[in-house]
Design a protein around this ligand. Structure first.
Ligand code: ADP
Length: 336
């Protein structure tokens, strides 16, 4: 598909360049031939005038010779035509090659975008299929069960609710991703104290940390950033949620901030399982999960949402991690 598009685009480039080059050549040819004709006419007039002047004086002269050879003029015009055709051929050959390279470069980002889009659709369908299949199977089994009583039906409904919640979480994440991908949204930034933002995220996450007996320790947290409050709270909640999710029970998650000239860095440090070095780049990809067995509840969308929120605020994220020793997620946001 892309090869065809590339060839078509090359032909379009060639057609445009060909028309421009041919038009210029035509103008050059016309100007040169007109100039040659004008030159020949002037020369002829001058010779005739000189001859007539000398006849008036009384000199006996032979009739004037034809000094301008019409064959020579036709030949010169033919040579100009040939030279211009040669130049045009050369231009078309060079621009053809360049057009092919250029069209490849033009189509490359579109190709990458389409490939990513296709991967996204297939990953999203895969994520949707699992809970949908579970739902379908449990409903069918329940309907076929003639001995199903009220308690049994309630149990099935409870299981279904888990899958429905899972689906609803997935659709919310997908919606959030597409909203963040929309470049046209108008940014409404306001000065926000990091302490308040982190406190709000921590209070959302607290029940999960208590469940695993993980203590959330806030060390010196200071600084003000310009940003969107809801999005920043969501960002910190995602990173804190992961810190708890990927830590064994009874561990610690430490949060602190540091200032640099341009940025305020928020460190979220856990003592969890850590991330392999070659996975560090991939964890921000959509649907990427280091745990291939997919035993955890996530969809692999959290960090890609987090990354987009950071980009939205013109910040950046860095991860330092050691397998078995934990991770340090460093979020840098521009200082107010
Ligand atoms: P998920 O929903 O699976 O948590 P994320 O996008 O939030 O998706 O994270 C992607 C992957 O990065 C996770 O599956 C996990 O393997 C890894 N990861 C993220 N945060 C941590 C962390 N604090 N410690 C260890 N691994 C992490």
């Amino acid at each position: 598909m892309f090869k065809n598009a590339r060839i078509k685009l090359t032909l379009w480039y060639l057609l445009i360049l060909g028309i421009i080059s041919a038009s210029f050549s035509f103008v050059i040819y016309r100007s040169l031939t007109l100039e040659i004709d004008r030159f020949a006419k002037i020369q002829k007039d001058r010779l005739e005038r000189r001859f007539q002047d000398r006849v008036i004086i009384g000199e006996k002269l032979p009739p004037p010779l034809i000094y301008i050879d019409p064959d020579l003029i036709a030949d010169t015009k033919g040579r100009i035509k040939l030279i211009l055709i040669g130049i045009n051929g050369g231009i078309l050959m060079i621009t053809g090659t360049l057009s092919y390279i250029l069209s490849g470069k033009t189509l490359k980002p579109i190709k990458q975008m389409m490939e990513e889009q296709n991967r996204f659709v297939s990953d999203a369908s895969h994520e949707l299929r699992t809970p949908l299949t579970a739902l379908k199977t449990s409903i069918e089994v329940g309907l076929r069960d003639k001995k199903l009583d009220l308690n049994g039906a309630k149990k099935i409904l409870k299981e279904n609710l888990v899958d429905v919640n899972h689906l609803s979480k997935l659709s919310l994440s997908l919606l959030e991703l597409s909203r963040l991908d929309n470049q046209t949204i108008v940014k409404k930034f306001e000065p926000l104290k990091l302490k308040n933002l982190l406190n709000k995220s921590i209070s959302t996450i607290q029940p999960f940390s208590e469940e695993k007996n993980i203590s959330l320790v806030c060390k010196s947290i200071f600084g003000t950033v310009l940003g969107d409050e809801d999005k920043l709270i969501e960002l910190f909640t995602i990173i804190l949620d992961n810190a708890i999710k990927y830590s064994p029970n009874d561990k610690k998650v430490i949060v602190y901030t540091k200032k640099s000239q341009k940025y305020i860095r928020v460190h979220i440090v856990d003592e969890g399982c850590g991330i392999e070095k070659n996975n560090l780049e991939k964890i921000f990809d959509r649907f990427y999960r280091a745990d291939k067995a997919r035993t955890t509840q996530g969809f692999g969308l959290g960090l890609s949402i987090a990354k987009r929120i950071i980009d939205y605020h013109n910040g950046h994220i860095e991860v330092r991690s050691q397998i078995g020793n934990g991770s340090d997620f460093i979020i840098s946001l521009p200082r107010k």
